[in-house]
Design a protein around this ligand. Structure first.
Ligand code: SD4
Length: 314
């Protein structure tokens, strides 16, 4: 029998998002509602990499990317959206009330306001303010490739620099959540403030259907974290789901997708991180990453989130 309901999120901060998703799933609720709650919880949390408290772009402005996808392949995305607290709910609103999938920037914000989403202040969180000031000191404002290549994430995140906490550690990253509900339906979400100190207007994989998130209710779902450009190139999560369709387990599928990414430029791959997580319709879970340090959180049965370390290529 299938192992359901079950919810899986990227990183150990998946405890927060799974913790909000589980009560929905436990009551027999829908996966799409569970993943939206997962996103809302992590967007409310003040951290480096998701929501309005996240790290800003080089101009000092926080710009958010998010997407959501349900069991009928309905999907909604927002990118480069400012001053809206819950981009995931905005993505869902686009999915449910417009003929479109993707709204960006000012247009996305305008749609949000028209639909009653409050316009937030745009002020950086104290941690993000500090991180931005630090970044300004060390970093020349020169929008060239790889300017960030000066500090690498202890978790193997790669050349971009997430925010350092008081104790010297880093808090978490892009949150992707995929869930299988009691009825056997799959949905997913992905939400992020993107790479810290990115070029203004830069959009990563997270809001791109088939890159940061893909759901196919015949097969399963996958989501990703890490250097978005590398994921977009191979339509990473779509690739993972197609590998599962062809018979691979979630873990094998994630591994094959990572190998595809590394193969393109093995030297370059030594210096970036990409991690995938996936579930199939049986409720089996898998993950794989380019670098060590990627982890993910699984919640099922007893409702307690369990953190697993992903295997990696290097
Ligand atoms: C991006 N994939 O914007 C995101 C960043 C990320 O953990 O995953 N950070 O490319």
């Amino acid at each position: 029998a299938a192992n359901m309901p079950i919810v899986v999120s990227t990183w150990d901060s998946g405890q927060i998002s799974n913790g909000a998703a589980w009560p929905v799933l436990e009551k027999g609720g829908k996966a799409i509602d569970a993943v939206e709650q997962a996103a809302i919880a992590i967007e409310n949390d003040i951290n480096c990499c998701v929501g309005l408290g996240g790290n800003p772009d080089r101009d000092g402005r926080v710009t958010l990317d998010a997407c959501i996808m349900d069991e009928k392949s309905n999907c909604g995305s927002v990118a480069f959206v400012e001053r809206i607290k819950h981009p995931i709910s905005l993505a869902r609103k686009i999915m449910e009330t417009t003929p479109h999938v993707f709204l960006v920037g000012e247009g996305a914000q305008q749609f949000a306001i028209a639909n009653g989403f409050p316009l937030e202040s745009g002020k950086l969180s104290p941690d993000a303010e500090k991180a931005y000031k630090q970044w300004l000191v060390k970093s020349e404002y020169k929008p060239v490739m790889n300017i960030e290549r000066q500090q690498s994430h202890p978790k193997g995140h790669g050349p971009f620099a997430p925010m350092r906490l008081e104790d010297g550690s880093f808090n978490h990253d892009t949150m992707g959540t995929i869930a299988l509900d009691a009825k056997g339906d799959v949905s997913g979400m992905c939400t992020t403030s993107g790479m810290g100190f990115k070029m203004r207007g830069r959009v990563g994989d997270s809001p791109v259907i088939g890159a940061g998130l893909f759901v196919d209710n015949e097969v399963g779902a996958a989501t990703s974290s890490g250097q978005g450009e590398e994921v977009i190139r191979v339509c990473g999560t779509h690739l993972v789901v197609e590998f599962m369709r062809n018979g691979l387990s979630p873990g094998q599928a994630c591994k094959k997708a990572v190998e595809r990414i590394v193969k393109r430029d093995p030297e370059k791959a030594k210096n970036f991180q990409v991690g995938f997580i996936a579930i199939n319709k049986q409720g089996e879970v898998g993950a794989y990453a380019v670098q060590k340090g990627f982890n993910y959180t699984v919640t099922q049965k007893d409702g307690k989130g369990k953190v697993f370390n992903s295997e990696s290529y290097f």
